[in-house]
Design a protein around this ligand. Structure first.
Ligand SMILES: Cc1cc2nc3c(=O)[nH]c(=O)nc-3n(C[C@H](O)[C@H](O)[C@H](O)COP(=O)(O)OP(=O)(O)OC[C@H]3O[C@@H](n4cnc5c(N)ncnc54)[C@H](O)[C@@H]3O)c2cc1C
Length: 415
C-alpha cells in the first residue's frame, strides 16, 4: 500500500483545489452533514444542484473517467478519486446526481449502443436530465431477480405494468433505469430485460414516501400500461440480469465506506458543547473512551478504503472486499448517532431545532441512518458476499435454482 500521491497525482490535486477555491467556499464546522440519501431536496436545491453540475461540466470537472467525446474528461479512476476527495471539502448543493452518474451512466456506457450513449450521456453529465434507479419491488429487494413487474412486446413498443418501491429521487427525475420480467417461463435470472423509461411518460405515477425523520428521499412508482419504445431497451431481451449486475457493482462502490467517518468531527464538537455534571462531556473519561473507540474504527474503515484506492492507483480492479467498508462504515455510523443522542440527554427526545444541539442534525441522522444499512446491500447480504467470495465459504442453499419463474411458489407452504 502506498498512500502518498505520485508527483502527477499531487499536480492534479493542486489543479482541482485551485478551481474549487475559485468557485466554491470551504466547508466549515457546523455546516449540515452531507444529504447522503437526498432527503432534504426541494425544487430550489434541485435547481442549485443543476447549476453547480453545469458549471463543473463546462470546466471539465465531472465524470472524470468518462469519454471526452461524450462530455467527460477522459481521465483516470485515481483522478476521479482525488477530485471527489477535494470537492468533499467544499460547500456544494446536495448531490442529486449520485444515482445517475454513479450507476445509470456507467451501465449505459457499458451496455448501451452508440445512439443511446449520444442521446443520454451528455445531458446526464451537464445535469440537464436527472436519473433514478427502478429496481426494488415490494417483494424483490435482496432477491432482486424475483421481481414481478412485466413488459410485453406490442409492435415497436413494450408495455410495462407493475410497481417499484424505494426509488430514490423519482419525484424530481426525468429518466429511470428499469428492470422488468419479459419471460416468466425461464429461470428467474434469465427472464429479465433492462430498459430506460421516461419518468414523464403517460401511466407513470410517482408517490413520495415520507420517512420517520421527516425526509422525503424515496418513492413508490406505479406503471400502468406505460409504453417504452424498443429503442430504449439496453442490451438483448433476456439479458437484464447481466446489465443489472453492472449497475449493482457500481452502486456498492459508489456508496462505499463513508457511512460514519464523515460525522466524526461533528461528534467531537458535540462532546465539547454538551455538559456532564457541569463540565464539558469531552472531559469525562467514559466519553473519551467512546470517542477513541469510534476514531479507531473510523481509521480502520479509512485504511481499508485506502487498499481499494491503492489497487485503483496501480490500475487493478478492487475485489469484493469493498463490501467490508460499506458494512463496517454503516454500522459505525449508526453507533455514533446513538451515542450522540445519549450525550444530549433529555434534549435528544425533541426534534425541534431550536432546543437541540447542532440544530437537530443528530436526531435526523439517528432516524435516517438505518437506511444506510439496507441500501446498496443489507448487512446480511454483504456478510454472505464476504463469506462466499472473500473467505471462500460454501454458498447458501438456493431452493429455486433452475426452476422456471412461473413455477416458484409465491405463498407460504400448503397455502
Ligand atoms: C435509503 C434507501 C434508498 C434506496 N434507494 C433505492 C433506489 O433508488 N432504487 C431501488 O431500486 N431500490 C432502492 N432501495 C431499496 C434497496 O435496494 C432494498 O431495500 C434492499 O435491496 C433490501 O431489500 P428489501 O428492502 O426488499 O429487504 P429484503 O430483501 O426483503 O430483506 C429483509 C431482511 O432479510 C434479510 N435477507 C434477505 N435475503 C437474505 C439472505 N439471502 N441471507 C440472509 N439474510 C437475508 C435482509 O438482510 C433483511 O434484514 C433503497 C433502500 C434504502 C434503504
Amino acid at each position: 500500500m502506498d498512500f502518498n500521491d505520485t508527483p502527477e497525482e499531487a499536480a492534479f490535486r493542486a489543479e482541482c483545489r485551485s478551481w474549487l477555491e475559485a468557485n466554491a467556499e470551504l466547508r466549515q464546522p457546523g455546516d449540515p452533514g452531507a444529504d447522503a440519501l437526498g432527503e432534504r431536496t426541494t425544487p430550489e436545491t434541485v435547481k442549485e444542484a443543476q447549476a453547480w453540475q453545469k458549471k463543473k461540466a463546462e470546466a471539465g470537472w465531472t465524470c472524470i473517467t468518462w469519454p471526452k467525446e461524450l462530455g467527460g474528461r477522459g481521465g483516470t479512476t485515481m483522478q476521479n478519486v482525488i477530485w471527489n476527495q477535494e470537492e468533499a471539502k467544499f460547500r456544494t448543493p446536495p448531490n442529486i446526481f449520485g444515482i445517475g452518474l454513479g450507476m445509470c451512466g456507467p451501465t449505459i456506457l457499458t451496455h448501451g449502443t452508440t445512439e443511446q450513449k449520444e442521446r443520454w450521456i451528455p445531458k446526464m453529465i451537464a445535469g440537464e436530465e436527472i436519473w433514478c434507479q427502478l429496481f426494488s419491488e415490494p417483494s424483490a429487494g435482496s432477491d432482486l431477480a424475483g421481481l414481478r413487474s412485466t413488459a410485453v412486446k406490442d409492435g415497436d413498443d413494450w408495455v410495462v405494468n407493475g410497481q417499484k418501491i424505494w426509488t430514490t429521487g423519482a419525484h424530481f427525475c426525468d429518466w429511470g433505469i428499469l428492470v422488468v420480467r419479459t419471460d416468466p417461463t425461464v429461470a428467474k435470472h434469465s427472464g429479465l430485460t433492462f430498459f430506460v423509461v421516461d419518468m414523464h411518460a403517460p401511466g407513470v405515477e410517482v408517490r413520495p414516501i415520507t420517512q420517520i425523520n421527516r425526509g422525503q428521499g424515496f418513492n413508490e412508482v406505479f406503471f400502468s400500461d406505460v409504453r417504452i419504445p424498443d429503442s430504449q431497451r439496453i442490451s438483448e431481451v433476456g439479458n437484464g440480469w447481466a446489465v443489472s449486475i453492472t449497475t449493482l457493482m457500481n452502486e456498492r462502490s459508489s456508496i462505499g465506506g463513508s457511512g460514519g467517518a464523515g460525522g466524526m468531527r461533528d461528534l467531537f464538537r458535540l462532546a465539547e458543547e454538551v455538559e456532564i455534571d457541569g463540565r464539558p462531556a469531552i472531559e469525562d473519561r467514559s466519553v473519551r473512551y467512546k470517542l477513541a473507540d469510534f476514531y479507531i474504527r473510523a481509521q480502520g474503515v479509512k485504511l481499508t478504503g485506502n487498499r481499494t484506492l491503492s489497487a485503483l492507483s496501480q490500475g487493478k480492479t478492487p475485489g469484493p472486499e469493498a463490501s467490508l467498508g460499506k458494512l463496517v462504515g454503516a454500522v459505525m455510523g449508526q453507533d455514533m448517532a446513538a451515542f450522540a443522542m445519549e450525550l444530549q440527554g433529555a434534549a435528544s427526545a425533541t426534534f425541534d431545532e431550536s432546543y437541540t444541539p447542532q440544530e437537530g442534525d443528530w436526531q435526523g441522522r439517528y432516524l435516517g441512518i438505518p437506511g444506510l444499512r439496507i441500501a446498496g446491500g443489507t448487512d446480511e447480504v454483504l456478510r454472505n458476499i464476504i463469506a462466499e467470495r472473500v473467505l471462500g465459504l460454501p454458498p447458501e442453499a438456493r431452493a429455486d435454482k433452475g426452476l422456471a419463474f412461473k413455477d416458484i411458489p409465491t405463498g407460504p407452504p400448503n397455502a
